[in-house]
Unconditional design. Structure first.
Length: 263
C-alpha cells in the first residue's frame, strides 16, 4: 500500500513530517523549529527549493547543521534572503563553500555583517566574485580587515567601484600591495581619498602606473608626500600633466631627485 506523506500536509505545516530522519518539506513548512540535525538531513534538492521566507526562518543554531553541499545548493535568491544575523553565524567552512554566482548575490549589509574571523577565511577568488555595487558599499571598518591577498584580488571593476572614503580607509600596507592595474583603475575623482601616508606608501611601480589624469588629480599636499625616488620614477607624460600649483608643492629634495628629462 502506497502512503502519500504530503497528503493534507498544508493543514499541519507548523510540524515537520519525518520519513526516517529526513523532514518532509513543502513551501508551507514552518522550518523555524527545525534543529541543526533536521537541517543537515535535508537533501540538496530540498534546500534548493526552500522559499526565501523559510531560509530567513532558520535559526542561527539550526544553521550550524548546513553542510558544504547544502550551502552550494542554495539559490542566489536564498543567499540574498539570509539575514545579517544568519550570515554572521556561518562558519568559515560554510562560507568557503559558496560558489562565485552565489557570492555575487550577497548584499553590502551581508558582507558588512561578516566577522573578522570570517573575513580572514575568505579566499581571494571569493572576494573577486562580489558584485561592484556591494563592493562600493562595504563599510570602511570591514574593508581594512581585508588581507593584502584579498585586496590584490579586487578586480579592476571593483577598484573602480570604490569610493574616496573607502580609498582613504585603506591601510598603508594594503595600498602598497595594490597591483599596477588596480592603481590605474582607481577613478580620478577618488584619488583625493589618498592621505599623505598612503601616497608615501606607493611604490615606484605603482606611481609609474598612474594615468596622466590621476597624476593631475593629486593635490600639491599629496604630491609633496611622495617619496623622492617614486616621484623620480614618473615618465615624461606624467610630469607634463602636473599643474604649476602641484609643482609648487614639491620639496627641494624631490626637485633635486628629478632627472633632466623630467624638468
Amino acid at each position: 500500500m502506497s502512503i502519500n506523506f504530503n497528503l493534507g500536509y498544508t493543514n499541519f505545516s507548523s510540524a515537520p513530517l519525518v520519513m526516517g530522519s529526513a523532514p518532509v518539506v513543502t513551501p508551507t513548512t514552518d522550518v523555524s523549529s527545525f534543529t541543526s540535525t533536521q537541517i543537515a538531513a535535508l537533501s540538496n534538492s530540498q534546500v534548493a527549493s526552500l522559499t526565501s521566507a523559510q531560509v530567513r526562518a532558520i535559526t542561527t543554531s539550526a544553521l550550524e547543521g548546513i553542510t558544504v553541499t547544502q550551502m552550494q545548493a542554495l539559490t542566489t535568491r536564498n543567499v540574498s534572503a539570509l539575514t545579517t544575523a544568519q550570515v554572521a553565524a556561518l562558519s568559515t567552512r560554510q562560507l568557503n563553500a559558496l560558489k562565485s554566482f552565489q557570492l555575487s548575490a550577497l548584499s553590502s549589509d551581508q558582507v558588512n555583517a561578516l566577522t573578522t574571523a570570517q573575513l580572514a577565511g575568505w579566499r581571494s577568488s571569493q572576494v573577486a566574485s562580489l558584485n561592484t555595487a556591494t563592493v562600493a558599499a562595504i563599510a570602511t571598518d570591514v574593508l581594512v580587515e581585508f588581507s593584502t591577498g584579498q585586496i590584490q584580488a579586487l578586480t579592476t571593476d571593483q577598484m573602480m567601484a570604490l569610493i574616496s572614503e573607502q580609498i582613504s580607509a585603506l591601510e598603508t600596507q594594503q595600498v602598497s600591495s595594490l597591483k599596477a592595474k588596480q592603481i590605474k583603475a582607481i577613478e580620478t575623482r577618488d584619488i583625493a581619498g589618498f592621505d599623505t601616508a598612503q601616497v608615501k606608501a606607493l611604490t615606484a611601480t605603482q606611481v609609474t602606473a598612474l594615468t596622466t589624469e590621476q597624476v593631475a588629480a593629486f593635490s600639491s599636499t599629496q604630491l609633496g608626500a611622495m617619496d623622492d625616488a617614486d616621484l623620480a620614477a614618473m615618465n615624461v607624460s606624467q610630469m607634463a600633466a602636473l599643474k604649476s600649483s602641484q609643482v609648487g608643492g614639491l620639496s627641494t629634495s624631490q626637485i633635486a631627485a628629478l632627472k633632466p628629462g623630467q624638468l
